[in-house]
Each structure stands twice: as C-alpha cells, then as structure tokens.
Design a protein around this ligand. Structure first.
Ligand code: UDP
Ligand code: MG
Length: 314
C-alpha cells in the first residue's frame, strides 16, 4: 500500500484547529487505498494549539505532531514537514485553517495516481481580503513573473508532491525558501486544479505586513539577479544625463551665458543621491541574502520533547 503524508503547518490556530482536523480526517478516511498519516508542524505557537493537538492525537492514531522550538515562519515549517516525510510515496501540503479545502484531496490523489508528480491547487478567487492587499499581490505577481519568467499567478501552497519531488526539494541547499516558486522551478510534470478560497473564522492572517513585504523581496532576490543589473543600467543612465547637462553647462560657460544654476545643482545632487542610495540598497539586499545563507544555520530546529511522531515513516 502506498503511503501519503499530509503536512499542515500551524501557528496559533487554537480557535479552530480541532474542528478543522476533524473535517480533514473525515475526507482522509474515504481514501482507503492509501496509508495516510497527517503530520502537523507546530511553528512555535504561543497559544493552546499544541495542547489541543496533543489531546486529539491520543484519539487519532494517524495523527502526528512535529514541534519547532520557535516561530521559524511557514516556509520553514513546510520544509521541516517535507524533510520528515521523505520516505513517504507522496505528500500534500495544506493550510490548517481550511482555506485549502480538504474536499480537493481525492481529486489530487487521483491525478497523482494517473502519473503526475506535482498536483497544484490554484486559486480561482482569492476569498475575503482587502482591496489594497489584492492590488499589492497582483503587482508583486506581475513583478515576480516578469523578472523570473516563472509563472506563479493564482498559485498556492496547497500542493501534492511525489516522493521524487520531495527529495529534489529537500536536496536544494538554500535556507530561505519560496515553496511555490521552487516547486515550479524544479519543473516536474504538473497537473492543476482550481478552487475558491473560502472565508476563515480567523480574524486576521497570521502574516504581519512587514513579514509579507520581506517575504516578497526575498522571493524575488532568490530567483533573479536582475535588480543588480538594474544598478549598472542606472549608472549608465546617470552618466548619459551628466554628459548632456555637462555639455550644456560648458557651452553656456564658453558663450558667456552661464547663470547662477543653484536650483540645477540642488536637483542634480538630489537625483544622484537617490540613485546612489537606491543602488546601494539593492546591493545591500543581495549581500544580506548571501550573509544569511553563508552562516549555514539550519532553517528550523525541532523540539523533540514536545513532538509526537510515533510510527511516522521518517
Ligand atoms: N503559519 C505558520 N507559520 C507562520 C504563519 C502561518 O505555520 O509563521 C501557518 C498557519 O497556521 C496556516 C498557514 O500557515 O496553517 C497559512 O497561514 P494564514 O492562514 O495565517 O495565512 P494566509 O491565509 O493569509 O495566507
Ligand atoms: Mg489562511
């Protein structure tokens, strides 16, 4: 019998995790042809999530818990789950707040059994979110796709991965990961299904605005060095502008037409100053990324005392 792991990263989900798990388990029970284990990855929850899950595990033998020592972020939690699921024949990654509908699981499994290595669930609508966030996400997607030539429009982290995809993903050496982009970059045979993102009982997303912005920047930086070339292009542009303005200033000087030019000097200083700071910022982002990777710190640390893996196939 083939084995399937369902990996669910959770962070402060005490208000609904048990109800959500019951829904997921009821769908999982219909997939009788597979040996299915659910691996919850607690990403350093500070509420009662872990206690609630531990209580539930005693009633459900196919449920397992992997606790991280602190909040490492959703990407690290997914990576931790996949690292522990390497021996399974396939794994499905899904959110714990039911915004990734469990009703899609049978269809995902069917497509995998047909031979697809990756089955990804794409959002046909984005569910309830502010207009501003919708616009930002669209702009980010446009920028990411045009710079990296990788399509991620409407993609989500709700994916089924075959064993060979899990192995390839875990072999990638980087610490900062962008799950959606990397799975696309690996380019195994992929099937897509679509879903509408349902509303959640959760009042707000657990992603803080600044974390989302940092995540967006690091995902672009980890896939393309184009912004660094932009710095060179900006250097070329300012050089051209300075040649033109310098030429005009010289001609004015020679023909005795030179005037005070105080405003021009201020404007030029501001322009060159901002181009320099912008360029330094771009270079700084790449150096920071290299510095973080160079330290070779692990992407996550497991709290073995709190975890409950039982007979989970590692
Ligand atoms: N999550 C996590 N670590 C974090 C933030 C979120 O493991 O630092 C989990 C969270 O518990 C949920 C999933 O990632 O299962 C998606 O998070 P959320 O619903 O807050 O994000 P959104 O729906 O806004 O993408
Ligand atoms: Mg959510």
């Amino acid at each position: 019998m083939k084995s399937l792991a369902i990996i669910i990263p959770v962070f402060n989900e005490e208000y609904s995790i048990i109800g959500n798990l019951s829904r997921i388990i009821s769908v999982v029970q219909s997939l009788t042809e597979l040996s299915i284990n659910i691996l919850l990855v607690d990403d350093g929850s500070t509420d009662a999530t872990v206690q609630l899950i531990r209580g539930f595990i005693s009633k459900e033998k196919n449920l397992h818990l992997l606790c991280l020592t602190r909040n490492f972020g959703k990407e690290a939690a997914i990576y931790a789950g996949l690292t522990f699921a390497k021996k399974c024949d396939a794994a499905i990654v899904m959110d714990g707040d039911l915004q990734h509908p469990p009703s899609l699981l049978p269809e995902m499994v069917r497509l995998w059994q047909q031979g697809y290595d990756v089955v990804e669930a794409c959002k046909s609508s984005r569910g309830p979110e502010t207009r501003a966030k919708g616009v930002m996400v669209r702009l980010y997607t446009l920028l990411f796709e045009s710079l990296t030539r990788l399509g991620i429009k409407n993609h989500s982290d709700f994916k089924l991965l075959d064993k060979k995809v899990i192995e390839a993903y875990c072999r990638l050496p980087e610490r900062e990961r962008f799950f959606r982009g990397l799975i696309n970059w690996l380019h195994f045979s992929t099937a897509q299904i679509s879903f509408d993102v349902p509303a959640t009982d959760k009042k707000t997303s657990s992603w803080k605005k600044w974390t989302l912005i940092k995540y967006a920047i690091s995902s672009i930086v980890s896939f393309t060095s184009f912004p660094l070339h932009l710095v060179t292009a900006l250097g070329g542009l300012t050089f051209l502008v300075s040649v033109v303005i310098g030429g005009i200033a010289l001609v004015d000087k020679i023909s005795g037409k030179a005037i005070g030019g105080f405003t021009t000097v201020i404007l030029l200083l501001l322009f060159i100053g901002s181009v320099l700071m912008f360029s330094l910022g771009i270079i700084g982002i790449y150096i920071a990324g290299m510095y973080d990777e160079l330290k070779h710190r692990p992407a996550f640390i497991v709290n073995e005392k709190e975890s409950f893996l039982g007979d989970f196939r590692q």
